[in-house]
Design a protein around this ligand. Structure first.
Ligand SMILES: Cc1cc2nc3c(=O)[nH]c(=O)nc-3n(C[C@H](O)[C@H](O)[C@H](O)COP(=O)(O)OP(=O)(O)OC[C@H]3O[C@@H](n4cnc5c(N)ncnc54)[C@H](O)[C@@H]3O)c2cc1C
Length: 425
């Protein structure tokens, strides 16, 4: 057991994707980072995360060696399913920011978290597990000066990065206003499927319509992860209701997936998606010495709910801002750098979030979904545009991709484009 230090340059709360990425970026830039994670090493996290090409690109920018991800399952595209038996199915290659084919990855969430946390440590961060942050310390002017832990310890820091997820430490008791999503793992002969299957409309086995949208993700390890999410920012939706939809949807899925209660290998679990902040919470991601990243900053995609790519992008941008700020002594110049974080984040993710929110509100209407699946799905160019808009980063996110350690620009890999078409798998 190692003792908690009483001071650090930066304290990062939470070693999920966002926290570990921020810690790794900052450590690589020579910043003294303390990463505090409440879960113990042995705490499992069910489910798999489908990483979009944008997330894969962020892992490369982070400098994560390819050997760390070599066992992860590679996906080459998305298969849209209209949702009715025998209905329209369209497979599209994952596009990169230039529309060329690229790849995504699928990985168990606990493997993703462990890989990034261990990379943060290799980069120089000090990680303390089983250490729950219970509050923030502030000076007389209200500026955050550090954190307190459940053991009663206090750690002071020049800057605190909150990466504690949807139930953020900095706004205790407040919940994300985003929609709910749940997922469950199953043994399936189709675990090697290289497409993320996205169901735009859900039905039960008896043909009854169900709310929300669904996805099936092959993991390449004998299992698939099946998920259901609501589209609307419905604060009344619960994970139990969503789990009920998932169970009813299972009865309508093609038999070749073999997705039944018997092949289910764990519980149906989920939470709110971090697509909007807690009601009443300021949309600012920097306040008084405290920066929010990842789900804590509510940056998940408003339509798809995918949050890992945006979590990694926000972590990188926060690290750039903090590294620049710490080059100044405490005072106005440092604060001016930190205050820029909101603008930097908005520049990179703002348009994607605004468009996504508008699309989410439109798509939430059953009539619109029916029209979209009837008229848009058969039009491959239109769906390619939609997939690009939903999954590729905005030019600003790509172009401003300096990292704190290199301040260099990312080189885009040139992949030849490929087309897909109707896919009846
Ligand atoms: C059912 C479901 C399926 C999803 N599927 C996908 C997907 O396929 N692809 C995708 O891109 N996104 C997916 N998402 C969204 C994605 O999981 C999140 O956006 C992503 O995990 C955000 O990462 P994060 O690091 O910000 O937060 P988290 O992953 O939640 O990490 C927060 C960390 O902080 C720790 N922590 C919390 N409180 C404290 C505290 N007080 N003290 C210390 N540590 C603390 C937690 O233990 C955790 O390790 C899904 C979400 C749900 C609900």
């Amino acid at each position: 057991m190692t003792f908690l230090p009483d001071a650090a340059g930066v304290v990062v709360i939470g070693a999920g994707a966002a926290g570990s990425a921020a810690a790794a970026h900052l450590s690589a830039a020579g910043v003294d980072v303390l990463l505090l994670e409440r879960s113990a090493e042995s705490d499992p996290r069910p489910g798999a995360a489908a990483l979009t090409p944008a997330a894969v690109r962020e892992l490369a920018v982070l400098g994560l060696p390819e050997s760390d991800t070599s066992g992860w399952h590679r996906t080459t595209g998305v298969r849209f399913v209209a949702g009715t038996t025998g209905g329209m199915r369209l497979a599209l290659a994952w596009p990169d920011a230039q529309g060329r084919a690229t790849h995504g990855l699928t990985v168990a969430r606990s493997v993703l978290d462990d890989t990034l946390a261990s990379y943060a440590v290799r980069s120089g961060a000090r990680l303390h597990r089983a250490t729950e942050v219970t509050g923030l310390t502030r000076d007389a002017a209200g500026r955050v000066t550090g954190v307190t832990t459940e053991d009663g310890a206090t750690v002071t820091a020049d800057v605190v990065v909150d990466a504690s997820g949807v139930q953020t430490v900095s706004h205790p008791g407040k919940k994300s206003g985003g929609p709910v999503a749940v997922s469950a793992d199953f043994e399936s002969p189709r675990h090697g499927d290289d497409h993320v299957e996205t169901w735009l409309r859900l039905t039960a086995g008896d043909g009854a319509g169900l709310p929300g949208h669904g996805w099936i993700v092959g993991r390449g390890d004998g299992r698939v992860t099946v998920g259901v999410g609501a589209l609307a920012d419905d604060t009344t939706a619960t994970t139990d209701a969503c789990a009920g939809v998932l169970r009813r949807w299972l009865t309508a899925l093609p038999a070749n997936w073999e997705l039944t209660e018997t092949t289910m290998t764990g519980p149906v679990a989920g939470s709110r998606l971090a697509t909007t902040g807690p009601s009443g919470r300021s949309e600012r991601r920097y306040n008084d010495g405290l920066l929010a990243v990842g789900d804590c900053a509510s940056v998940a995609h408003p339509v798809t709910g995918q949050g890992v790519a945006a979590a990694l992008t926000s972590a990188r941008l926060a690290a750039v801002v903090v590294a620049r700020a710490l080059a100044h002594p405490a005072g106005a110049a440092r604060d001016a750098e930190l205050t820029a974080y909101d603008d930097v984040l908005d520049g990179a993710l703002g348009r994607h979030r605004t468009l996504g929110r508008a699309a989410a509100q439109i798509l939430d209407r059953p009539l619109v979904t029916r029209l979209a699946t009837t008229y848009a799905l058969p039009r491959q160019p239109l769906m390619k545009l939609a997939l690009g808009a939903l999954t590729t980063p905005t030019p600003a996110a790509v172009e401003t991709c300096v990292t704190p350690s290199t301040m260099g620009r990312v080189t885009r890999a040139a992949d030849p484009g490929t087309e897909r078409g109707v896919d009846q798998r």
